[in-house]
Design a protein around this ligand. Structure first.
Ligand code: CMC
Length: 436
């Protein structure tokens, strides 16, 4: 038997099975089906709640080595991309597999900026939300609502149509994000300025007041670009898996992106950046950090912005964000929360509880501190994550649609409920207080 296959011996039947190994390290779960005790058996299944050890696809987009703290898009290290590229350049790389030439980049930027406007009815739709509505709820609903404006997006098997929707979504998500912010403040919406870069235009739509033309601070615009690059894709995380799962039914990319954004909004995923700031507020000062860490160790809550399913070493994105913070704070002045965060990191990384569980700061630990210093409210943080991640979701969606091995996502289950029961008529039923 060579390295590319595994021999499984079933001691129940004393049968032996040769199972090929895919790409040197994975067996196809369907190959387990042939392992049976009787011919009429269903065959063996694998059981893997939360996909702890199951690959759901073969992907060429993002590579992570969680033990070594490595992240690469299409083979290029995240550190180099964050230092040398703009966000739309990286978006092109993620979507099309290669870095663009200068000409390709120009055309791509032009294409995206052509799609930054929202239909006027979408503006009216946003106006229906209460002023207290959470921006992420507004973002998710508005992205889904775009599906009604672009019915052609249902044509998901047509590559040209897919390309158009990709451009529309990447162009429009900053506009939707900025409008949710302006709506919360009761300010008029600011139309996109297509002479500005992706990040500078986003700043324009967030912050322009009565000045005839918005002048974006180049350091803040660059920092936003870097933050967007760091958040653009992260292989098969919860929201990307949602994008692929919903997309596998051939639903249109607007509703798929809305579903992915909904998955992102949870506090264990993209919602963590908002929770980090709430946690730092709760801690309040540097000297209260050890008591807070003790509380977490005693099982009361988690350190938000710490830990990762894949990274068991420092999250490389958190390292880059820390450097970006320095450049932003030079412009905005420091954020007092940084002192608490640095102390929290120091205390946790010296503590056996966090060391033994390999819990390091993740991307969300420092991103909120920068966003807050820029003047972005806490409730907007997850929306800030959703803007660049739209690129990753769309690249993964495209890859899924084009992959001949993919079908509608439909996991199996192990049924653990009752066997067949006699029906009980309503007057004979006794209360079990199931619906409290
Ligand atoms: N604080 C304290 N303990 C933790 C933390 C934490 N942040 N994260 C994990 N643990 C403990 C956990 O209680 C468990 O301990 P034990 O072995 O004693 O039961 C152990 O570490 C392993 O954790 P797990 O829950 O099995 O790990 P997971 O891979 O299922 O969860 C995670 C990964 C990111 C959901 C989790 O670490 C977490 O909830 N972190 C806080 C939320 C957060 O920062 N999320 C953002 C993730 S990065 C950006 C993104 O993907 O959106």
């Amino acid at each position: 038997m060579d390295d590319d296959a595994l021999t499984i011996i079933d001691e129940r039947t004393e049968s032996s099975y040769d199972v090929p190994l895919l790409d040197g390290g994975a067996l196809r779960a369907m190959d387990l089906r042939k392992i049976k005790t009787r011919s009429e058996d269903f065959g063996l299944m694998s059981y893997d709640p939360a996909f702890m050890n199951t690959a759901s696809c073969r992907s060429a987009i993002t590579f992570i080595d969680g033990d070594k703290g490595i992240l690469r898009y299409r083979g290029y290290p995240i550190e180099e991309l964050a230092e040398k590229c703009g966000f739309l350049e990286v978006a092109y790389l993620i979507l099309f597999g290669e870095l663009p030439t200068a000409q390709e980049l120009d055309a791509w930027v032009r294409d995206i900026t052509r799609h930054t406007m929202l239909h006027e009815t979408t503006k009216k739709f946003l106006e229906g939300f209460s002023l207290q509505a959470h921006p992420m709820g507004m973002f998710i609903s508005t992205v889904a609502a775009l599906s009604t404006i672009y019915p052609d997006a249902r044509n998901v098997l047509n590559p040209e149509s897919r390309q158009l929707q990709v451009r529309r979504l990447i162009g429009k998500v900053p506009t939707i994000a900025a409008y949710t912010y302006r709506h919360s403040l009761g300010y008029p919406y600011v139309y996109p300025d297509n002479e500005l870069s992706y990040s500078a235009n986003f700043m324009n739509m967030l912050w322009r007041m009565v000045e005839p033309r918005y002048q974006a601070n180049p350091v803040i615009a660059r920092a936003l670009d870097v933050l967007f690059i760091l958040h653009a894709d992260h292989e098969q995380n919860c929201s990307t898996n949602t994008m692929r799962a919903v997309g596998s039914s051939q639903a249109d990319p607007f509703v798929c992106t809305a579903a992915a954004a909904a998955a992102l909004s949870g506090p264990l995923h993209g919602g963590a950046n908002e929770q980090v700031l709430k946690m730092l507020d709760e801690i309040g000062s540097k000297d209260r950090v050890p008591a807070y860490v003790d509380k977490v160790k005693a099982g009361h809550g988690k350190l938000m912005g710490f830990g990762h399913r894949v990274y068991k070493n420092y999250d490389p994105r958190a390292r880059i964000i820390k450097q970006t913070a320095d450049s932003v704070f030079k412009i905005t002045g420091g954020n007092p929360k940084l002192e608490i965060a640095l102390e929290l990191e120091r205390v946790a990384l010296e503590d056996e509880y966090f060391v033994s569980r390999k819990l390091y700061p993740n991307v969300d630990f420092y991103s909120g501190i920068i966003y807050q210093a820029m003047g972005i409210p806490t409730e907007m943080f997850t929306v800030m994550f959703a803007i660049p991640r739209t690129v990753g979701w769309l690249a993964q969606w495209q890859e899924m649609i084009e992959d001949p091995e993919q079908k509608i996502a439909r996991p199996r289950q192990i049924y653990v409920g009752h066997g067949k029961r006699e029906f009980v008529s309503i007057e004979k039923r006794s209360s079990h207080a199931v619906a409290a």
